[in-house]
Design a protein around this ligand. Structure first.
Ligand SMILES: NC(=O)C1=CN([C@@H]2O[C@H](COP(=O)(O)OP(=O)(O)OC[C@H]3O[C@@H](n4cnc5c(N)ncnc54)[C@H](OP(=O)(O)O)[C@@H]3O)[C@@H](O)[C@H]2O)C=CC1
Ligand SMILES: O=C(O)C1=N[C@H](C(=O)O)C[C@H](O)C1
Length: 266
């Protein structure tokens, strides 16, 4: 898209929302049309930045024309963003994680009418990690796979969307379903590990931005693939690139891989 992209950020007062606003403020390719937050957010009505005319709002009906919404809110916020985008023919970038199957189905259905790009992780490193894990999981198909993730103490969903994305990638590479193979909790007398299962372990604390390790564990050796984010602006930067790429695209369900492939000419 050559012209200025009109964008709204949903979840604008959150950790990711703030990072997005900061980057968008300096990005001449975009016009920030709205910064939406929760109905009861204390920031409601306050300017988005010192001296800015634009104020935090929750009133979707008062928002002007848009090309794309970037959503990093939560399940309720995402449902509102989806409804607005569908009703107004606006593209939607979904960064929110942990929103459940019902909303996921609604997003899939909406992709028949609007362009939607979903990714549980907008970092380039994780996109490559998922690719490497697909290859390693297929090559080491009978090794045990455990996925360990660590995040800050305020994260509301577990396992992380990224851990699930990695589990899905590995399961697909092995020709199995993650739903059938996943083990999300172990406690007490669990008995021995069942072959072929994919285990998840979760760490929460302090200010950890986001860390993921996939362990492929054999007899006498182990392969570990790890990614560590140390600055959440990488996710914001990835989501902004995705929004710019998605604006003006025809209706459909897109992933980060499609954008990366198109950009690298593959
Ligand atoms: N895909 C990716 O690369 C990444 C995804 N994420 C995901 O993004 C989401 C947000 O993360 P993070 O920024 O850390 O979380 P925060 O809790 O810091 O931010 C969420 C924001 O959404 C607001 N909100 C809540 N309800 C609504 C609503 N109904 N409408 C509009 N806004 C609402 C919250 O307001 P209030 O606090 O007042 O309730 C808050 O400002 C999570 O699901 C997280 O897992 C995070 C990082 C990277
Ligand atoms: O909530 C977060 O912070 C993050 N959430 C995403 C996830 O659930 O995978 C991505 C990133 O790891 C940070």
């Amino acid at each position: 898209m050559g012209e200025i992209v009109r964008v709204a950020v949903n979840g604008a007062t959150g950790r990711m929302g703030r990072a997005l606003l900061e980057l968008l403020r300096r990005d001449r390719r975009f016009a920030l049309v709205a910064a939406i937050t929760a109905p009861d957010a204390p920031e409601m009505g306050a300017p988005v930045a010192h001296g800015s005319q634009l104020c935090f709002t929750h009133d979707w009906s008062a928002i002007g024309p848009l090309d794309v919404v970037i959503d990093f809110s939560g399940p309720d916020g995402l449902a509102s963003a989806l409804a607005h985008c569908e009703a107004n023919g606006v593209a939607l970038v979904v960064g929110t994680t942990g929103y459940g199957d019902e909303l996921a189905r609604r997003i899939d259905a909406a992709a028949a009418r609007i362009a939607v790009l979903r990714s549980a992780n907008f970092s380039l490193g994780v996109a490559v990690l998922a690719r490497l894990l697909r290859e390693a999981s297929a090559a080491l198909a009978d090794w045990d796979l455990e996925i360990v993730e660590a995040h800050h103490g305020r994260k509301e969903d577990a396992p992380s969307g990224t851990a699930l994305l990695l589990g899905e990638s590995a399961a697909a590479a092995r020709g199995v379903s993650l739903d059938a193979q996943a083990v999300y909790a172990r406690e007490g007398r669990t008995g021995p590990r069942q072959p072929g299962t994919i285990g998840f372990a979760v760490v929460r604390g302090g200010d950890i931005v986001g860390e993921h390790t996939a362990m492929l564990i054999g007899q006498g050796e182990r392969l570990e693939l790890s990614h560590r984010a140390t600055d959440r602006s990488i996710f914001a930067r990835g989501a902004i690139e995705a929004a710019h790429w998605l604006a003006g695209k025809p209706a459909g369900a897109y992933g980060l891989d499609a954008m990366l492939a198109e950009r690298s000419g593959r």
